[in-house]
Design a protein around this ligand. Structure first.
Ligand code: UD1
Ligand code: UDP
Length: 372
């Protein structure tokens, strides 16, 4: 059998974290797979951090990121530039991940070239077109053009069936984020001393970057943090601030230089995982963090009104709190004051995977091409 040429495409930090262990899995079997990696570099610095950690040297780097880029620019550039990448690399299958604009445009480009596409982390849904924006439509779109759907959970399998995806094309694999997390937590010892945290205080980890939270919501989140730090002298907040200018500006205006609030650069994945583990609780609007924190036994308060990751909410380790300032303050305060509630939420559960998702995906691709 000739080698299966797999072109893996990603562009942002979360895609890179979740696709890196899969690229490594293909590299472990050079007799079966010819692994080709294309990064769009929709993110630059935040992508390069991950490439460095996992020692991945892309075969193609589209280098598209521009300061304050918009959705039209990303879509058009990825769609057009991927045409040449596909023509040059001649893949048997193209893999995209999740719900970013890179994934949607790369999937469409491969579809136009009539190359089968596999969607890793397929089937997440809120069934609300504008929430999250534009991710809900990006993933619906990617699912529509893909042939292979690698769904992380039973809920995502059901969502795909509801979306009229043929059952035979759906594979429940677990989420590759757990593969990445376990690999990183087990193989890296990170030094967090540069942050300057006080070991006697409880640490709250905060991340926020969603487009729907730009403007008033992100300002509310910052104001809630100011109130919490003022009320609770035994807490400190660490916020690795996303490089998007729509996040940087309000966050720095409201929180820079405030006592017991540490605004830091986006962290490399290894120290970030360590920080998650060492935090008392996590406030976030991130998708990936909602999947990782439950397996580390950390309560997560989600700064959004809905989530496409309902599994950990059902288990009780993740709670939706939205972006109303008073609601955020009362929910965090409750977790700080109420030991029983805290204990209930900090049970370690793992609805998103067992660390073997990449092996499963590689095996499914292998089997599928063996039969051709
Ligand atoms: C993107 C994804 C979002 C994902 C998020 C993960 C889309 C539409 N959005 O949103 O789904 O949750 O990534 O973080 O696909 N920037 C830098 N350096 C970097 C990264 C970003 O300077 O390494 C700045 C640039 O000014 C860039 C801006 O952030 O123009 C926005 O980046 P973009 O990828 O468009 O949006 P995100 O908010 O990062
Ligand atoms: N992350 C990281 N450094 C940080 C913040 C987050 O490595 O400073 C990781 C986090 O562990 C998760 C991923 O980045 O795996 C999530 O990325 P992000 O929140 O940007 O995107 P989302 O998951 O919301 O699409």
């Amino acid at each position: 059998m000739s080698k299966i040429r797999v072109l893996t495409v990603f562009g942002t930090r979360p895609e890179a974290i979740k696709m890196a262990p899969l690229v490594k899995e293909f590299e472990k079997h050079p007799d079966i797979f010819k692994s080709i990696v294309c990064v769009t570099a929709q993110h630059r610095q935040m992508l390069d951090q991950v490439l460095k950690l996992f020692d991945i040297k892309p075969d193609f780097d589209l280098n598209i990121m521009k300061p304050n880029q918009n959705l039209w620019m990303i879509t058009a550039e990825v769609l057009v530039l991927m045409k040449d990448v596909i023509e040059e690399s001649k893949p048997d299958i193209v893999l995209v991940h999740g719900d970013t604009t890179t994934s949607m445009a790369a999937a469409l480009s491969a579809f136009y070239a009539k190359v089968p596409v596999g969607h890793v982390e397929a089937g997440l849904r809120t069934f609300d077109k504008y929430y999250p924006f534009p991710e809900e439509i990006n993933r619906v779109f990617a699912d529509a053009v893909c042939t292979y759907h690698f769904a992380p959970t039973e809920t995502s399998v059901e969502n795909l069936i509801k979306s009229a995806i043929p059952k035979d094309n759906i594979y429940k694999t677990g989420n590759t984020v757990i593969d990445a997390l376990l690999h990183t937590v087990n193989n890296n010892k990170a030094d967090l001393s540069y942050i300057g945290l006080n070991p006697n205080l409880k640490t709250i980890l905060l991340t926020s970057h969603r487009r729907e939270n730009f403007g008033e919501p992100i300002r509310n989140i910052c104001k809630a943090v100011l109130e919490l730090v003022e009320k609770n002298k035994d807490i400190q907040v660490v916020y690795p601030v996303h490089l998007n200018p729509n996040v940087q500006k309000p966050v720095k205006e409201l929180l820079e230089g405030k006592e017991r609030i540490h605004l830091i650069e986006p962290m490399e994945y290894a120290p970030f995982s360590t920080l998650m583990k060492e935090s008392h609780l996590i406030m976030t609007d991130s998708g990936g963090v909602q999947e990782e924190a439950p397996s580390l036994g950390k309560p997560v308060l989600v700064l959004r009104s809905t989530t496409e990751r309902p599994e950990a909410v059902e288990y009780g380790t993740v709670k939706l709190v939205g972006t109303d300032k008073d609601k955020i303050v009362s929910e965090v305060q409750n977790l700080l004051d109420n030991e029983d509630e805290y204990k209930k939420m900090s049970e370690s559960i793992n609805p998103y995977g067992d660390g073997l998702a990449c092996q499963r995906i590689a095996e499914i691709i292998k089997k599928s091409f063996e039969n051709k």
